[in-house]
Design a protein around this ligand. Structure first.
Ligand code: C5P
Length: 227
């Protein structure tokens, strides 16, 4: 099965409050995005990596990975889903039969072990699957005033992580239809769910965090230093 990795990296990272988009912040020896690309580019089953960049991106071409033969760039869009769709458009034009492994630029701690687990789940979940982590805390539902209205059974709750793994053509069509219908789409699985597909959940490492706030940078550095 041919696999194309798609990396939405067109965000501006406003919650980080830094002077450049968070994917370009330094994490040890190189930037967050550089780490993320290394993990994907070095995986033997990934034939190609498509990265979606902000139209005014000023940093990508300075990365050593920018000229890697397995890598292509496309222009991203206003929301994460628009960026993913732009990359899927391109993926469809080069390899319509392949599967897409969509992974956030801001998750540099991904391990090959988890990629292998997700790819290996294809026999169990031919419709596609996502990496996820079981919820650990007690979960509350609130009203708009921040008062607890109920306790939600956490046994059936998961954190949706990336990568998310789906056939390119199906994902492309579902995502583009869901966006046209103005559905709230925050990950690839949401578009598949909207179309009536039930993606599989593959339990992944909890250290595959998304760097969102400044504190996350320290955590990510710690996780990356562990072998
Ligand atoms: O902002 P958030 O952390 O949810 O972004 C998740 C990923 O989606 C990041 O890697 C970010 O660069 C990417 N993104 C994008 N295009 C946007 C917004 C976010 O590619 N318009």
């Amino acid at each position: 099965q041919s696999i194309i990795a798609i990396v939405p990296a067109a965000g501006i990272g406003s919650r980080m409050g830094a002077d450049k988009p968070k994917q370009y912040l330094q994490l040890g020896q190189q930037s967050i995005l550089a780490h993320t690309l290394d993990v994907l580019l070095s995986h033997d089953d990934i034939a190609h990596v498509i990265v979606a960049l902000h139209p005014q991106d000023k940093h990508f071409n300075a990365l050593p990975q920018a000229t890697h033969p397995k890598l292509s760039q496309v222009m991203g869009g206003g929301e994460r889903a628009d960026s993913v769709l732009a990359a899927l458009d391109y993926a469809l034009s080069i390899h319509p039969q392949a599967w897409a492994l969509v992974h956030d630029a801001a998750r540099p701690c991904l391990r090959h072990e988890d990629i292998n687990k997700l790819i290996g789940s294809i026999t169990q979940y031919p419709q596609g699957a996502i990496l996820a982590a079981p919820v650990r805390d007690t979960m509350k539902r609130s009203d708009v005033n921040g008062l607890i209205t109920s306790t939600v059974d956490r046994a059936l709750l998961w954190h949706a992580l990336t990568p998310q793994f789906f056939p390119i053509k199906t994902l492309h069509d579902n995502l583009s239809n869901a966006l046209a219908a103005n559905v709230l789409i925050t990950d690839e699985a949401s578009a598949m769910e909207w179309a009536g597909v039930m993606p599989g959940l593959v339990s992944g490492r909890a250290d595959n965090i998304k760097v969102t706030h400044p504190d996350d940078l320290h955590l990510a550095a710690l996780f990356m230093a562990q072998t």
